[in-house]
Design a protein around this ligand. Structure first.
Ligand code: CMP
Length: 137
């Protein structure tokens, strides 16, 4: 069964959307294999988003991702990566589909409420970034 890393970003935690987003994960029949709340350091956020280093929005993204606690989860189901990305909606919330999490909870291009891995290899890396083997049920 496929696994993906999901983040509930600091904007969604600050607006009390954690419960609603986890409820949606369960309604979509994802199994929650691991979950933790943490506050990333600047170094950790920059490492997590290393693929975006050099882009115009990188510093602002790191600053946003360290602005408060976030929730990291490992989600499992068939086609977990693509299904979670569909439920999240487009990165740009103005283009996010009706019924998607970003349509409901995002408030800016950067403050887009949730994150999901984009491919199998990235999912493996991102899951290992947040969780030790012992923490994954
Ligand atoms: P995410 O799916 O976590 O991947 C990278 C993040 O960078 C993205 O969600 C947004 O939060 C942010 N992002 C992507 N593109 C832009 C942009 N053009 N301007 C500002 N932030 C962006």
């Amino acid at each position: 069964m496929e696994q993906t890393l999901a983040l509930i970003k600091p904007d969604a935690v600050a607006s009390n959307a954690v419960g609603a987003i986890i409820q949606r994960m369960e309604r979509e029949e994802f199994r929650i294999c691991a979950m933790r709340m943490l506050h990333l350091s600047t170094h950790e956020a920059a490492t997590f988003y290393h693929a975006h280093k050099g882009k115009s929005f990188f510093d602002s993204l790191v600053s946003f991702m360290t602005s408060g606690p976030l929730v990291a989860l490992v989600l499992e189901r068939e086609n977990a990566i693509s299904h979670w990305r569909k439920i999240m909606g487009a990165t740009d919330y103005r283009k996010a589909e009706e019924g998607s999490l970003r349509k409901e909870f995002a408030t800016a291009l950067e403050r887009n409420a949730v994150h999901g891995s984009d491919a199998e290899e990235t999912a493996r890396e991102e899951i290992a970034f947040f969780f030790s083997t012992r923490e994954r049920a």
